[in-house]
Design a protein around this ligand. Structure first.
Ligand code: DGY
Length: 327
């Protein structure tokens, strides 16, 4: 039995997989070209993939014998799940283990944007500081007591909402399904319509998965609803925000700022972002602490190992695969 691991993980994770099967380990942290992925997956029963590996019907057509794709990420918009189900291939992801770390990063961007930390750092380093000023050019927005809006109240959204209690914030959120009386949403968060979220919140954190339905969920109409003092934080996926519309809104100071960890077409960066001092940019590092990346690798290995024994793995996205096998 053979497993393909498409990019560098942790040695202990690979050792574990080696105890189970022959491992084709690509000990490199660059994206695996699609043609090479198609070649190397042939004859494999398991595939440990990352969010830059595209798994679609064309790849599956040449991957006879593949039983499981274990994505080392919570998001799985790189995978055509329906095509995997049709091919009898299980798909798993790594939910849970990265909630707190990603919520921390959402707050890092929120606070950096509110207080203009990155631009102030660059300005200070460049030797511009002539002396303390009362009405200095760096006056930002208060976070405490402000209204936090969360689009998408999944596990990470809830972790973001919990943190807002420490800042005495009012928390509003919008999700596709309205909660019923039994749903427990932390931080006394209140469900509101999407338009209300965008017009009332001082800080908006995006935490929806990227799907055809959430493509450009934040575009010119949503940005037009935002207060001129509001900030937008995208820690979800590139494509959830229309980056061109956002750049325009930031350039014209129609909103105060943005914190962006993910981008349309990343790693390419729309050059418009580079010219703005009211946007904080990070390279898709929401889950990037050593402890969390290790937990993600281990979670993905757990999923893969269980799936290869023929059982349903803990984080199975397409249980229909198992149901079809049973029926
Ligand atoms: C995920 O897991 O989906 C993150 O975007 C990458 O850590």
């Amino acid at each position: 039995m053979k497993i393909l691991v498409t990019r560098r993980l942790f040695p202990e994770t690979i050792e574990r997989l080696r105890g189970l099967a022959e491992v084709d380990y690509r000990d490199l942290d660059e994206n695996l070209p699609a043609a090479e992925l198609a070649q190397r997956v042939v004859g494999c029963a398991g595939l440990m993939a990352g969010l830059t590996d595209r798994i679609d019907a064309a790849l599956l057509a040449g991957a006879d014998g593949l039983k499981v794709v274990s994505n080392v990420a919570v998001g799985y918009n790189n995978i055509d799940v329906a095509a995997c189900t049709a091919a009898g291939v299980m798909v798993t992801n790594t939910p849970g283990v990265l909630n707190e770390t990603t919520a921390d990063m959402a707050w890092t961007l929120l606070m950096a944007s509110a207080r203009r930390v990155v631009a102030a750092d660059a300005w200070t380093r460049a030797g511009n500081w002539q002396g303390w000023k009362f009405q200095d050019p760096w006056m930002g927005q208060d976070v405490h007591g402000a209204t936090l809006g969360i689009l998408g109240m999944g596990r990470i959204g809830q972790a973001v909402a919990r943190r807002a209690q420490g800042f005495d914030m009012r928390v509003i959120y919008h999700s596709r399904t309205r909660p019923d009386a039994t749903s427990h949403i932390p931080g006394r968060a209140q469900w509101v319509a999407k338009e209300r979220l965008f017009s009332e919140a001082d800080f908006i954190v995006l935490l929806v998965p990227y799907t055809p339905q959430t493509h450009h969920a934040v575009a010119a109409p949503e940005l037009a609803l935002m207060k001129p003092t509001a900030h937008l934080i995208n820690i979800a996926r590139g494509g959830v925000v229309d980056d061109v519309a956002l750049i325009e809104a930031l350039r014209e100071r129609r909103i105060a700022g943005a914190g962006m960890d993910v981008f349309e077409g990343e790693p390419a960066l729309n050059p418009g972002f580079r010219t703005l001092d009211n946007v904080t940019l990070t390279p898709h590092i929401g889950s990037s602490t050593r402890a969390t990346r290790l937990a993600m690798a281990n979670c993905a290995a757990d999923n893969l190992c269980v799936a290869l024994t023929g059982q349903a793995p803990p984080n199975l996205i397409n249980p229909d695969v198992i149901l079809e096998r049973v029926s």
